[in-house]
Design a protein around this ligand. Structure first.
Ligand code: AMP
Length: 280
């Protein structure tokens, strides 16, 4: 496995792979890899001849008051996990390779990025779309793998690809969960034992909605009310949103249309921000 830290070296490799007619899959991550990330790498392995995992804690997707500085960084362990999962290249540039001094160009998607995460993290998706567009130009993937865990991110990136005429195909991998239901996240390591126990209310709320839909409930207001009720039993949880939206556009839905409706939840578990979702 090759480890590349320079943009020009990554671009040279991508060009030479394409010149040989070989395909490239990209798995963008911020590192501190868990089994959910590894499942994205495994998904990528079957889909292209060269699998590139990018590891970059992207400063532009964090607001000044967020956890950029304390975000976990563990490159050595990440490299071992990627190698074991069958990746061929790690692209782990330093911040000044991606944002050199004087950097001033940003990409904003202006519709899907507005609700949900966009309300409480107004500059977040501008950072995501900018870095993903740059990673597409640097790594030149034929296919890129993203996790359903960040459903709004998937929808925003798909829209960016259409709007900006990128030719990369997107594969969305299912959310990997701990045995008790908690969605895997690099931020779970911030949770104390008690907080982690209470955080189970998030997946419980989503699974309850799924069960209600299986029993015939279609009204979004009833599903959202029940999920909010489950979350509100926990005094450490502060609900940021519980929403029923269209999975592609993130527009609010009144009725569940099977396979299209997404219940999305964001909470503060004291000082840790957690998100999760389910397609109903
Ligand atoms: P991050 O490092 O948090 O930016 O995540 C990198 C990629 O991994 C994104 O496409 C995420 O959606 C995906 N991801 C994060 N958590 C999970 C999970 N529990 N299951 C599957 N994919 C995930």
């Amino acid at each position: 496995m090759q480890i590349i830290t320079s943009v020009s070296e990554m671009q040279t490799l991508a060009s030479s792979l394409h010149a040989q007619g070989r395909t490239i899959a990209l798995v963008p991550t911020m590192g501190a890899l868990h089994a959910g990330h590894v499942s994205l790498v495994t998904t990528a392995v079957g889909r292209a001849e060269c699998v590139v995992v990018s590891i970059f804690v992207n400063p532009t997707q964090f607001s000044p008051n967020e956890d950029f500085n304390k975000y976990p960084r563990e490159l050595e362990a990440d490299i071992a996990k990627c190698e074991a999962a069958g990746a061929h290249v790690i692209f782990a540039p330093p911040a000044d390779q991606i944002y050199p001094k004087g950097y001033s160009t940003y990409i904003t998607e202006e519709f899907i990025a507005r609700p949900l995460e966009g309300v409480s993290r107004p500059s977040h998706f501008r950072g995501v779309t900018t870095v993903v567009a740059k990673l597409f130009n640097i790594c030149r993937p034929d296919v890129a793998v993203f996790g359903q865990k960040d459903a709004q991110q998937v929808a925003v990136i798909k829209k960016m690809i259409v709007d900006l005429n990128f030719t990369v195909a997107i594969v969305v991998a299912p959310t990997l969960r701990e045995a008790d239901g908690l969605a895997m996240s690099s931020r779970n390591r911030y949770l104390s034992v008690t907080q982690r126990q209470e955080a189970l209310a998030i997946s419980r709320a989503l699974f309850k909605a799924r069960d209600m839909v299986a029993s015939g409930e279609r009204r979004a207001d009833r599903l959202v009310a029940e999920a909010t009720h489950i979350l509100s039993q926990h005094r450490r949880i502060r609900v940021i949103y519980v929403s029923m939206v269209d999975a592609d556009t993130m527009e609010p839905q009144r009725e569940v249309i099977s396979g299209r409706a997404l219940m999305a939840i964001a909470v503060w578990m004291e000082d840790v921000r957690l998100i999760d979702n389910i397609v109903l």
